[in-house]
Design a binder for this molecule. Structure first.
Ligand code: ZN
Length: 438
């Protein structure tokens, strides 16, 4: 008996018996055709079965069938397709292996120091709703996906971690899979050096991070950087993205030597300025110009013991600027650096107004730096309140002004936000960016 070849053809490619065909659930029809090298092969005598169930064929085209790639038709991850002859003997079979759409989660690297805004505050804030964070629905159960917020200064780059969810290892063999990562408008960012990053299944499987570079300021609004699968027209990852021109703020650091002290306090203003402009206010698109003046005070340290913050600030302010105080409406902050010891309070500042006092820096048990404390206080100057609802123990922090809302019930609820307490302060939230004092 002469041997002859019988194969299946899917997407114009020959498949041999026992092969596996991998596909995403696309809800599209997949055409599968049988081809024999034997010219006498009786196509009208064969029978197609999927998982043991007959598949209807069209009389005029018994050589091919069509299967909808949907969870309703392909019920399991592995589905056996068999072609039988008239004696119910197997001619050829293949396995169709299917998976639901994956999605990706964007995150900052563990080495992140605050070089750019990366807000994923939805993880722990009651602001986790679409009014504050953009959303998608992803996954088999269509669960809600909150978009982190990325803010880059012009020509800045950010390496962003990519975690893939629901992408089984066999999916890397899906020859039709494609993911595109791009911005909602061209010309503003490059992703791995391109406007539109296109990945096949294998490249997607190997992807662990992307580099986003800002090319152009957007202005006040944001745009989206998203990942999507064209074959099912589905977004599977989202970042909200900001890039603005910087606004300048001037800060007078006033080093205070009280009458009973022999030296001025120490705080390296170049280091501070560099920190603010590289790891803190750069995230809010502010350029901090820090200058330094000295004040030999006529007060003694003991003149302030037991006094409230507002009293201390008023006395120092009057001594430096006179009874009328600093001219109103000028975007300059006066910030007194003192060796005044007020226990564990690092400093205090009026929310939404100029004027603050930094107290004796004694180091921090959690490794927070003096620059981070200053950034927190200058955040109050920009009108930013604490992230938590509970008042501080010292009662220095006043009611959170509109349009702010508290983010967490108690302090330390946000892990690493500049306006929280007792955390390593590294980042701001989107709602800080949108509500800084203009
Ligand atoms: Zn504070």
């Amino acid at each position: 008996m002469a041997t002859h070849q019988i194969n299946l053809v899917i997407n114009k490619k020959i498949r041999k018996s026992g092969e596996t065909y991998v596909t995403l659930y696309t809800n599209k029809e997949l055409e599968i055709k049988i081809e024999s090298s034997d010219t006498t092969f009786r196509y009208d005598k064969i029978k197609w079965q999927l998982e043991g169930n007959d598949i209807p064929i069209k009389a005029e085209h018994p050589e091919k069938i069509s299967i909808k790639i949907s969870p309703v038709v392909l019920l399991k991850e592995k589905n056996k397709l068999v072609v039988l002859d008239s004696l119910n003997k197997k001619i050829i079979d293949i396995e169709i292996r299917v998976y639901h759409h994956p999605y990706i989660v964007f995150d900052r690297k563990s080495t992140y120091k605050g070089e750019f805004l990366f807000d994923k505050g939805f993880e722990f804030t009651r602001l986790a709703k679409p009014e504050y964070y953009d959303t998608l629905h992803v996954g088999v159960t269509n669960n809600i996906y909150y978009a982190p917020v990325l803010g880059l200064n012009l020509n800045q780059t950010a390496d962003i971690n990519i975690s893939k969810k629901d992408f089984p290892s066999f999916a890397k063999d899906d020859e039709n899979f494609k993911v595109v990562i791009k911005a909602s408008q061209d010309g503003f960012v490059k992703i791995n050096g391109t406007d539109s990053l296109v990945l096949d299944a294998n490249a997607f499987n190997n992807l662990s991070s992307i580099t986003i570079k800002s090319e152009k300021n957007i202005g006040a609004s944001s745009l989206h950087i998203y990942a999507y699968i064209p074959s099912i027209n589905k977004k599977i990852g989202l970042l909200e993205y900001y890039c603005r021109a910087k606004e300048v703020r001037t800060v007078h650091l006033i080093y205070v030597k009280f009458k009973d002290e022999s030296r001025y306090p120490s705080l390296d203003h170049n280091k501070l300025q560099n920190f603010l402009n590289t790891y803190s206010f750069n995230q809010l698109f502010l350029e901090m110009v820090v200058d330094t003046v000295h004040l030999g005070s006529s007060y003694k340290t003991t003149d302030f013991s037991g006094k409230i913050s507002a009293y201390i600030l008023q006395l120092l302010k009057t001594e430096k600027y006179g009874f009328m105080g600093f001219p109103a409406g000028i975007e300059v902050d006066y910030y007194f650096i003192t060796n005044f010891d007020r226990g564990d309070v690092g400093g205090f500042h009026q929310t939404g107004d100029a004027g603050g006092v930094q107290t004796l820096w004694k180091g921090s048990a959690i490794g927070e730096t003096q620059e981070e404390v200053t950034a927190h206080e200058l955040g109050h100057w920009q009108g930013l309140p604490h992230t938590f609802r509970a008042f501080s123990a010292t009662g220095d922090v006043q009611t959170i002004p509109a349009p702010f809302l508290w983010v967490t019930e108690n302090e330390k609820g946000t892990r690493d936000n500049f306006m929280d307490y007792s955390v390593i302060r590294k980042t701001w939230f989107k709602f800080h960016l949108l509500n800084i004092k203009k």
